[in-house]
Ligand binder design. Structure first.
Ligand code: ADP
Ligand code: MG
Length: 531
């Protein structure tokens, strides 16, 4: 009886929470608050990675800005210990880029999801508008210190200095300092962030990242000062800027329904026909007509009046219509020659080769794969090969096993090309392999941009490029083996030539001169012979 009564009471208590009570707790979550709690999604999951991500976001932005402004990048990166504390650093990244307009500085550095690259399809390192502001926010969170920015857009204009923090509740910048300063440069930007971090040397370190950046960007000059005060210079190996990639319109095959509905809503086109032709790449008048017919929609219909069901029909019709692949001139690969220049700059090896594949398409997005390979020399013989992954020229240091590039490298039969390989593993041997994916939109598996998603089209292209380089490698290894055998054979025979001379002298009763002649002749024949 009492038990029953109690449980009834309990139900009553529980049901007392009303929709009104819940409503009191319901409120908007700002994007900054979200990423403060989920900082691992942006690559700030531990102090070591936080240092790398901060530097990566700064360098990415500097390189993107310089290339867009057609300036050969000169970049300075410095990491300082703050007050000799073990885990607190100040990271400064300085470039000779175009600078940033004063009015835009606060939003760029003090607001997440603000940038110039998200709303376009153009090959660049950054894409989401979340990089540098997130690094600043992490610094602010761990040290309470603001992000410092100094920028100058021309020798005739003053330099502006800002000190600001992100107001995480509003996702808006809060300016602490805004002043004109002397900045001894023609144009450029300097960003300083203080953060809690850990400096470590090794493969997944800032040192490794900077070295790999210099390999994939031979047109860049980098000066790097580590926390110990050691300065390393990575001079440029080429004075040629990469060819500027072109911006393209989205390809209909890359559409998702939600995106299509948004585009229909936002378009300036007056009717469906011109919407399809003007807002997409590769849609001709004939293709537009075919799509509308298949969707059972009137070509003259106003895009904003298209209902969700009709948009769905349009979406399905697109998939059923044959549309040409997007143009490929929107991608700027590193190029076979520059890849070799970049590798030679940092690696002492006996053999270098590279392969740039023709452009291909995944989900309507053009992409291109390139592979570079260095073999022998100083590279260690017994270990697994070292795989360097790059996306739009940015080194990817974490989540190697989750990346389509690694999977393709594992699934390639390296034994055919003279390397040892166990099943399900990378091959072993004195090899550094670099694989670059260039695309207008890199399909990362997460916002922290560490691994590339498994699209079959991408996997296939990586494999084809690896196989091509593998064939070059195998020719080299075979030739080298043959030469080594030849030398061994010759050395062996050479050792016995004087003895043959002595023996012949005795058998044929020759004098010293005749003996010497035979020895010389045999030596000459051996030197000239090729097996
Ligand atoms: N060093 C810089 N020089 C010039 N412009 C910059 C620089 N750093 C950032 N920007 C501008 O700020 C924007 C936001 O940068 P960021 O938050 O890293 O996002 P994303 O790089 O993904 O666009 C960039 O799109 C660019 O327009
Ligand atoms: Mg960026």
């Amino acid at each position: 009886m009492t038990v029953l009564k109690k449980s009834k009471q309990l139900t009553e208590n529980v049901s007392k929470i009303t929709a009104h009570d819940l409503a009191k707790k319901q409120r908007e979550i700002s994007v900054s608050e979200f990423f403060t709690k989920n900082r691992h999604l942006l690559g700030f999951d531990n102090p070591r990675k936080a240092l790398l991500t901060t530097i990566k976001e700064g360098i990415d932005n500097s390189l993107d800005a310089c290339e867009e402004a057609k300036i050969l990048p000169d970049i300075k990166v410095r990491i300082n210990h703050v007050n000799d504390t073990e885990d607190r650093f100040r990271v400064t990244i300085e470039d000779n880029g175009p600078g940033i307009l004063k009015s835009h500085i606060p939003k760029i550095f003090g607001k997440l999801l603000y940038g110039s690259k998200f709303h376009r399809l153009k090959m660049s390192r950054g894409q989401q508008g979340i990089g540098i502001s997130a690094a600043g926010m992490y610094g602010q969170l761990t040290t309470g210190k603001p992000i410092l920015i100094t920028s100058k857009i021309s020798p005739k204009k003053p330099a502006h200095h800002y000190s600001l923090v992100v107001d995480t509740q509003k996702n808006e910048p809060r300016i602490l300092k805004d002043e004109i300063v002397h900045y001894d440069t023609k144009h450029g930007t300097k960003v300083a962030i203080e953060l809690e971090a850990k400096y470590q040397k090794g493969r997944q370190s800032v040192d490794g990242y900077i070295e790999q950046t210099s390999i994939a960007n031979p047109h860049t000059d980098i000066t790097y000062i580590n926390p110990e005060g050691k300065e390393t210079r990575y001079p440029r190996a080429s004075k040629e800027l990469p060819i500027e990639p072109k911006e393209i319109k989205p390809h209909p095959y890359g559409m998702e329904l939600g995106m299509l509905i948004k585009m229909l809503h936002d378009t300036k086109a007056k009717n469906l026909r011109s919407f399809l032709i003007k807002d997409f790449s590769r849609v001709s008048a004939r293709v537009a007509k075919e799509i509308c017919e298949k969707a059972n929609l009137y070509e003259k219909a106003r895009p904003s009046r298209i209902a969700v069901q009709e948009a769905d029909a349009l979406f399905k019709a697109i998939k059923l219509t044959k549309i040409m692949n997007p143009p490929a001139d929107c991608i700027s690969p590193i190029g076979e020659e520059s890849i070799i220049q970049g590798l030679k700059k940092q690696i002492n090896a006996d053999f270098f080769t590279s392969n740039t594949r023709p452009p291909s398409v995944y989900r309507g997005n053009p992409f291109q794969i390139e592979v570079g390979l260095a073999y022998g020399g100083d590279l260690p013989e017994e270990r697994l090969i070292r795989l360097l992954r790059f996306a739009n020229r940015v080194p990817l240091l974490y989540q190697q096993s989750a990346c389509v590039i690694t999977e393709s490298a594992i699934n390639t039969s390296w034994r055919n090309y003279g390397l040892q390989q166990s099943t399900g593993a990378l091959p072993a041997g004195p090899v550094i392999l670099m694989v670059h994916l260039a695309s207008v939109w890199v399909p990362f598996t997460s916002e922290s941009k560490e691994a590339i998603a498994h699209y079959p089209e991408i996997e296939k292209e990586v494999k084809l490029a690896l196989q091509e380089c593998g064939r070059h490698l195998s020719t080299f290894i075979k030739r080298r083996k043959k030469t080594a055998e030849e030398i061994k054979k010759k050395t062996y025979i050479k050792k016995y030539i004087p003895h043959i001379g002595i023996a012949l002298k005795e058998i044929l009763n020759l004098n010293n001169k005749q003996e010497l002649k035979i020895v010389n002749n045999l030596t000459n024949i051996l030197e000239r012979s090729r097996s």
